[in-house]
Write a protein that binds this ligand. Sequence first.
Ligand SMILES: Cc1cc2nc3c(=O)[nH]c(=O)nc-3n(C[C@H](O)[C@H](O)[C@H](O)COP(=O)(O)OP(=O)(O)OC[C@H]3O[C@@H](n4cnc5c(N)ncnc54)[C@H](O)[C@@H]3O)c2cc1C
Length: 418
Amino acid sequence: MKFDTIIIGGGLSGLISGIYLSQRGQRCVIISSGQSALHFSSGSFDLLNNLPDGTSVQKPLDAISELVKQAPTHPYAKLGETKFKELAQQAEEFFKNAGISTQGNHEENHYRVTPMGTLKPTWLTLKNLLISENEKCLPIQHPGIFNITGFLDFYTRFIADEFLKMGAKCSIHSINFPALENLRKNPTEMRSVNIARVFDKQENIKELARILKAESGNCDSIILPAITGLNREDVVDYLRKEINKPIYLLQTLPPSVPGIHTQQKLRSVFQQNGGVFMLGDNVLCADIKENRISQIYSFNHGDIPFVGQNFILATGSYFSQGLIASTEKIYEPIFDLDVTFTPNRTQWYNSDVFDTQPYQSFGIKTDSTFRCTREGKIFENLYAAGAILEGFNPLKEGCGAGVSILSAMYIAEQILSK
Ligand SMILES: Cc1cc2nc3c(=O)[nH]c(=O)nc-3n(C[C@H](O)[C@H](O)[C@H](O)COP(=O)(O)OP(=O)(O)OC[C@H]3O[C@@H](n4cnc5c(N)ncnc54)[C@H](O)[C@@H]3O)c2cc1C
């Protein structure tokens, strides 16, 4: 099988590079073993919330020159200030064109509401999720928080307590009707994705609207867990029209329905542009000729190789098994690429779990254009994008999605300019 570019990994970075390249005429395949971090996403994309030394960042663009000084191997340091700005802007446009509506922009972080009701800075938040422009208060005063009876991954009491600290007095309500009762017969079915499927059906959405209308009399707004439809995203608009009140979604514990919507949409845009998406296949190894990858092999396709001009490794970090930690080393399992890590295992982690964890910043070494190396030699046609890269801490710096999106776009540009 021959392609211009072969992308390994179908998460945020693999999909974005695939769309970018296929929209510009390249024949691309994405081979992906399974779910990605998007299935567990907060529904927000972080660009940069903190510098490596812990200084908080409100305006990401203003912080890049200091970031470059503090973390020279950071993926943003490889992009540089001008490219960082250009790609962040382009990414916002990209989402819009892909039919993914977001709130926020790269000029200044806004605040998303966590499943515990606290506020956290971020860059872009998916449409309909509640956000605030202010770190200390919410845009609502007397919301009604509605939960599905028996749904345990949405903590109404915690949320109400946190909202009260920010001056919003909440009332708490339960939603129940026969279609939800059926789900409750088996408690393991009461997960976000299964409930969301119930709200794919118009009759159930109508019943939801009826209950919200009847119960929300004293509320200035309505808050629902983000479970309103797995295969449709028009439910909130419908409810707003029916009830004539502001309605916001609030993220639940994973799996993330808004994250799954994003994954589905990106995949469909990739396929509409002629991309081939192979889900459930695992890339195992490669043939290497001098400093180039000539072809790769996967579990499902056995000795039938995937032949390509360029390859993008977007297999994520430990979570997706793009990186593997053994007792002695941290390694990349497909190409055995150079990985940054300290040899002494006791230095991989910090015993205070809330402190910065060094293993979070380990990853694939690349040159300034994100080309990978093995034993110090650069592969001319193998690039790494996203969570697998070295030099950044997505949790402490709040830059996970930003690194995945911007590195993917930058690599796609490099490949097109060859
Ligand atoms: C649980 C979790 C939640 C997160 N939530 C957020 C958030 O809300 N906001 C934010 O800004 N950042 C978040 N992040 C940071 C996250 O890393 C990025 O946002 C981003 O989604 C990572 O995308 P990626 O494509 O680099 O990797 P991933 O999403 O990890 O995707 C890697 C893909 O590669 C596939 N793969 C791995 N090995 C192989 C192989 N050998 N062959 C074929 N396919 C393979 C995997 O199946 C997977 O689909 C989160 C990270 C995690 C782990």
